[in-house]
Ligand binder design. Structure first.
Ligand code: BDR
Ligand code: CA
Length: 345
């Protein structure tokens, strides 16, 4: 199999952890490195968490790089209220002995992309946190963009309400200038002509809810995975109960990885998109559906997803089962909507 080269830029984070577990269980991906950005937790804690996840998945051969420790301009606001002070739901896992992150995620990104461009083997980036590392890459080594294949970013929202303010999603709200710099580069940089950001935002991720029933099913399919996932998501479920009144938790980041692997998982439309950087709408994605600005359509805005297909894929990969085998029982225990899996209008 010709695995696709990817770098995962993330801020682990409970749902980042699940996304990394999915990526590392997917033979279609060759994960060249994991770059860490400050977001849910500090860069240092995020890197420790990435090392823990690599250990669980028996992949400590993959390097982890420390990235930016603050947003471009704004003061850093973490999300430890959502992910716990350790970023993994106070799960108490420890960093594997003898492992450590390396320095300078932005240099690693630049050098990897430059080599990829020279070898005509472009690399894709799956971004699961604030876009600060990528914004710095664009500022400091724009020529390396020649080596970029696709960018999938978990972030933003179109019609869905925000999760940090009425209109903003956390990753873009945490570093709105970073996000805007990346969106603007996809609108105007010549090396990115013909390319779009695939925006896996809250419109689609809010439909991906991990419930106690699904966890129970997971534990029966793979006791080890079930135990691991239950241990890191307990805190996240409690947060969702307090904050949103739901029994379960929205797992945003794994959908970005799953969509990278299976394009039928999400559908949407292309539009020019910008990110507001100031004021009460800070972090909001402004999607120009009516082409008022007549600017390049720099974004594939994903608005429709198929939660059943996702969950079968996710559980199938983590528990080493064929997704089709899992559909009948998942259909019984998931709450589905008539529009699920339909193309966006
Ligand atoms: C995003 O913010 C973080 O809390 C999650 O890890 C996810 O990437 C959802 O808004
Ligand atoms: Ca994240």
């Amino acid at each position: 199999m010709n695995a696709r080269n990817v770098i995962i830029d993330c801020d682990p984070g409970i749902d980042d952890a699940l996304a990394l577990m999915l990526a590392l269980s997917s033979p279609e991906l060759n994960v060249l490195g994991i770059t860490i950005v400050c977001g849910n937790v500090s860069t240092d804690k995020g890197a420790k968490n990435a090392l823990k996840i690599l250990d669980w998945m028996d992949r400590t051969d993959i390097p982890v790089y420390l990235g930016e420790t603050a947003p471009l301009y704004r003061d850093y606001v973490d999300a430890e209220d959502t992910h716990g002070t350790d970023g993994l739901g106070e799960s108490g896992y420890t960093v594997p002995v003898g492992t450590a992150p390396q320095k300078n995620a932005v240099s690693f990104l630049a050098q990897s992309l430059q080599r990829a461009a020279a070898a005509s083997k472009p690399i894709s980036i799956i971004a699961l946190g604030p876009l600060t590392n990528l914004a710095r890459l664009i500022q400091t080594a724009p020529e390396s963009l020649a080596g970029l294949d696709e960018l999938v970013s978990m972030g933003g929202n179109y019609k869905s309400h925000g999760n940090c303010s009425p209109v903003a999603e956390y990753n873009y709200w945490c570093d709105p200038h970073g996000a805007q710099a990346v969106y603007e580069a996809f609108a105007s940089h010549p090396l990115l002509s013909g390319k779009q950001i695939h925006m896996v935002g809250l419109d689609v991720t809010r439909r991906i809810v991990l419930t106690p029933n699904i966890l129970e099913y997971m534990a029966r399919l793979s006791p080890r995975m079930g135990e691991l996932v239950a241990r890191i998501t307990r805190f996240y479920m409690d947060f969702h109960w307090k904050q949103e009144g739901i029994i379960g938790c929205v797992i945003n980041d794994p959908l970005a990885v799953a969509y990278f692997l299976d394009r039928d998982l999400c559908h949407g439309f292309s539009a020019h998109t910008a990110v507001e950087t100031e004021g009460i709408c800070m972090g909001q994605t402004v999607v120009d559906t009516f082409d008022f600005w007549n600017k390049k359509k720099n974004c594939m805005v994903l608005t429709q997803t198929d939660p059943l297909r996702f969950m079968a894929f996710f559980l199938g990969r983590l528990c080493r089962r064929e997704p089709e085998e899992l559909i009948p029982l998942l259909r019984q225990i998931m709450v589905l909507m008539e529009t699920d899996g339909k193309e966006a209008l």
